[in-house]
Design a protein around this ligand. Structure first.
Ligand SMILES: Cc1cc2nc3c(=O)[nH]c(=O)nc-3n(C[C@H](O)[C@H](O)[C@H](O)COP(=O)(O)O)c2cc1C
Length: 379
């Protein structure tokens, strides 16, 4: 069952409403976000020195700066347990719905996302929290749906980890329940994983037809799920050449369902005045990397996730430097050139991480954003 909200008669009307009201649908050719700052070490599995702290006060400082710079989205990592190693990578992490609420109260325009693990939250509760945050933020809430691949995290809840393809079946039911709650006055749902009798939810979210939903499924099942149910898929880009295939795959799959799904990606930025300095920073992150935690993650992904199997062997270093995302390393001119090439291949946005989020975001605002504007990537 696919929930079709009935606020609009045509898909074009949905798009027009969102283009006017929802930042991730604005006219900037390449949207920008901050990824993973709610967790210790952010997205870099390293001991390299940084002033970054996963504290609430420090997150507020970064969020306000991103908001002032006109970024479109703040995306946290949904995490319940660390990955061991000498960094205890991601051990200290703020819960995502409360984080989104608090950051909404400290910002004006940027969207606040909650990265929610399907089996850990009942869909009615997720819908209620999402609708409430949408009101608190005046229509800036977004939901990042993750099925959960880190078995110890899921088992911590006393839940059995489902086989990979069934996780996406459950996610589809979960999200359909949420969309029903967000869009219908009264509703029932009878599924394999969830049953709702006499469903009711007020307040409804402010966004139409409902808050933006994103997902980073990369496997066959994950991409099908994204194509059918969400607004944006986040692809993992190994090489620039591969990006256009990933984009057209999502577009074609979505078209089968009469939908349009945007494609964004993620990556670590190492940007300095000279190329040598930028690569020196990248090398420092790798040289001081926590390989034990990285191997733990790669082993888990290899076992638990279909899509990363081949990639993790080739891109171990990339996990240390930004969770396997695309490394944007170079001078401001080179970083913008890479972004331009990826935008030309159909990538509509990037959620970024840095070793030192605040300091490097300041530099990004001063040196990279003006060049992005010149290049037509931002207005
Ligand atoms: C940008 C991005 C953000 C993600 N955020 C999380 C997260 O916060 N928590 C989590 O458990 N998994 C997260 N994942 C993992 C995905 O949900 C997904 O499991 C992974 O991309 C593998 O895809 P697959 O499940 O289709 O094999 C993220 C992946 C990407 C690319």
């Amino acid at each position: 069952m696919d929930v079709q909200p009935d606020f609009f008669q045509h898909a074009d009307d949905v798009h027009a409403w969102r283009a006017e009201h929802v930042p991730v649908f604005n006219r900037n050719r390449l949207k920008l976000g901050i990824f993973g700052m709610n967790c210790s070490n952010g997205c870099t599995i390293t001991h390299a020195e940084t002033t970054f702290e996963p504290t609430y006060q420090h997150n507020v400082k970064i969020a306000k700066l991103a908001d002032d710079l006109g970024f479109e989205l703040l995306v946290p990592v949904g995490r319940w347990k660390h990955f061991g190693g000498t960094t205890q990578f991601n051990a200290n992490n703020m819960e995502v719905y409360t984080w989104a609420t608090a950051l909404a109260c400290n910002t004006q325009k940027i969207m606040v996302y909650a990265t929610s693990h399907v089996p850990t939250v009942h869909p009615l509760f997720a819908a209620k929290q999402g609708a409430t945050i949408d009101h608190i933020s005046n229509g800036r809430f977004g939901l990042n749906v993750v099925c959960g691949w880190f078995r110890p995290e899921i088992e911590m809840f006393g839940i059995q980890q489902l086989p990979h393809e069934r996780r996406y079946d459950m996610a589809a039911e979960w999200l359909n329940c949420i969309k029903l709650a967000w869009t219908k006055q009264d509703f029932d749902f009878a599924g394999e994983y969830f049953q709702i009798r006499g469903g009711f939810l007020l307040p409804k979210p402010l966004q139409r037809p409902h808050p933006v939903v994103i997902n980073a499924g990369n496997s066959e099942e994950g991409r099908e799920f994204s194509a059918r149910h969400v607004d944006f898929n986040f692809v993992t880009i190994a090489t620039q050449e591969q990006a256009s295939g990933l984009v057209s795959d999502i577009h074609q799959r979505a078209a089968k369902y009469g939908r349009r799904v945007g494609v964004m990606s993620y990556g670590l930025v190492c940007c300095r005045d000279t190329e040598a300095e930028a690569w020196a920073l990248y090398r420092r992150i790798i040289d001081e990397g926590d390989w034990e935690a990285t191997h733990n993650i790669m082993n888990l992904l290899g076992i638990e996730s279909n899509s990363f199997n081949e990639q993790i062997k080739q891109f171990g270093e990339r996990f240390i430097a930004g969770w396997g995302g695309f490394p944007l390393v170079g001078t401001p001119e080179q970083v913008v050139e890479m972004m331009l090439q990826l935008a030309d291949l159909g990538i509509e946005g990037f959620i970024l991480s840095w070793l030192d989020y605040y300091e490097e975001l300041k530099y990004f605002g001063e040196r990279v954003l003006p060049l992005m504007k010149q290049a037509g990537l931002r207005i």
